[in-house]
Design a protein around this ligand. Structure first.
Ligand code: ACO
Length: 428
């Protein structure tokens, strides 16, 4: 492959350097093009634009490959744990036994949140969406740990901020749910593993004994692994771009949570279940909804279908579909919407519209069905996604800082009015 590319603008040729990634991905570096020619590139939605060089996650959307730091998602989901994958993403390598133990202990030490955060929570109405509550609580950490505002402080200081958020996020997520339910808050139980501690804070009530079901804890751990990172998606790019202004880790993560919230991104898992429920309530006629999704005059989209980068299959969706069957069987749950989901998938995968556009189930198509079987309510689904994506966002923020990336600031093609004379209001 040539080390440079040529672009001809108005008959004049410009040579542009070419960068090749470790998996052979080729990029034309246009960063100096405007300086040389006065011309910018236009790419709404960044569909063809690489914003960074990254060593965290490799994704080949055509082949359905997803790897973190070189390890396949299939291997990690099968053999690892969420805490170990978090270490891998953030620190760049698999930990030794001792390193993992130390990491676990550090996280366990910081699970308790400042009591004043309860007062903040008290201020939210019970119908507040838990994603809004979560992002607010994460930002509030800047007030409780003001030293975290400086992203340029020592590595030990930065690392402490990282450990704190990994430790406190399950507490925040469970409390966002308790606020919604109007139930008393539970404190962390440091004798439990990451997911069991979260489940206990979510579901235990002072009036009854709560035992964490190991099947549920294991299934949740796998779901979190499957959501742990996904390279430069909408929320990760948001975290990097906010952090590029040297805003703090917590401010950047809170922005990432808000970016994830939308139904075209992490909010899709909630939207999928709501869609499946609506189809069920409407008699389960999947063909009708496939037709609606194809109709350009109908805003309805098949939620949980399609992906910006996967154009063959989403490897996470394959694992989740299998896990959904296993979890529902192990828990003895018979969820009719699982059958509706499978029916929709079967019809869509044969339909010319979906085939032509390479639309396949994405990670969120089946994840909601598992969350539901685990007892997690619909409006908490995106919070679960945020809990899983946290180490990925941290790794992306840390890499952006370490690479000393410049502030993110896209350009635009202006299409508004030309210079116009101001007319005083009485003469308009
Ligand atoms: N249902 C029906 N048609 C669809 C769907 C869908 N779910 N997704 C894409 N299309 C169609 C579009 O209408 C468009 O058709 P056209 O070429 O005739 O105009 C074509 O497929 C391409 O779609 P775009 O929206 O241009 O693709 P883009 O890459 O911008 O969007 C996205 C990807 C947002 C994921 C889209 O597929 C979608 O809205 N899916 C449903 C929401 C969803 O599941 N989001 C979760 C994504 S995974 C994640 O964030 C974790």
């Amino acid at each position: 492959m040539s080390k440079s590319a040529e672009i001809i603008i108005d008959g004049k040729s410009y040579e542009l350097p070419v960068t090749i990634g470790s998996e052979g991905e080729v990029a034309v570096d246009i960063s100096k093009l405007r300086g040389q020619s006065g011309v910018i590139t236009l790419d709404p939605g960044f569909k063809n634009t690489g914003s960074t060089k990254s060593a965290i996650t490799f994704l080949d959307g055509e082949k359905g490959i997803l790897r973190h730091r070189g390890y396949s998602i299939e291997d990690l989901a099968e053999k690892s744990t969420f805490v170990e994958v978090s270490y891998l993403l953030i620190y760049g390598k698999l930990p030794t036994q001792q390193e993992l133990e130390q990491f676990r202990q550090e996280i366990t030490q910081h699970t308790v949140v400042h009591e004043d955060i309860r007062k903040l929570l008290d201020g939210f109405p019970s119908n507040a969406h838990p994603m809004g509550v979560l992002s607010s609580l994460v930002t509030s950490l800047t007030a409780f740990y003001p030293e975290s505002l400086d992203p340029n402080r020592s590595w030990d200081g930065v690392n402490l901020s990282i450990i704190r958020i990994l430790a406190k996020m399950p507490t925040f997520a469970a409390w966002a749910y308790k606020n919604e339910m109007g139930h008393p808050l539970n404190y962390p139980d440091n004798t439990l593993d990451y997911c069991s501690n979260f489940l206990k804070m979510m579901f235990s009530l002072p009036v009854e004994k709560y035992e964490v079901n190991p099947v549920v804890a294991k299934a949740l751990d796998k779901l979190l692994i499957l959501h742990a990172d996904h390279e430069q998606n909408c929320s990760a790019s948001t975290v990097r771009i906010v952090g590029s202004s040297q805003a703090s880790l917590y401010a950047s993560l809170s922005a990432g949570i808000n970016a994830l919230w939308g139904p075209l991104h992490g909010g899709a898992n909630q939207a999928v279940i709501e869609m499946l429920e609506a189809i069920k309530a409407d008699g389960g006629d999947t063909a009708k909804y496939i037709a609606k999704a194809k109709d350009k005059d109908d805003p309805f989209r098949l939620m949980g279908f399609g992906h910006r980068v996967y154009k063959n299959f989403d490897p996470r969706a394959r694992i989740i579909k299998k896990t959904a069957d296993e979890v529902l069987e192990a828990l003895g749950v018979n969820d009719p919407v699982l059958e509706i989901a499978k029916g929709l998938e079967e019809v869509a995968l044969k339909d010319e519209y979906f085939v032509e556009r390479n639309l396949y189930p994405n990670v969120d198509f089946y994840s909601g069905i598992i969350y539901r079987a685990l007892g997690i309510p619909t409006e908490m689904f995106t919070v679960m996604f945020a809990l899983g994506r946290l180490p990925g966002w941290i790794a992306q923020w840390k890499e952006m800082r370490e690479n000393k990336e410049p502030i993110g600031r896209p350009r635009q093609v202006y299409t508004g009015p030309n210079l116009t004379e101001y007319i005083p209001i009485e003469k308009r």
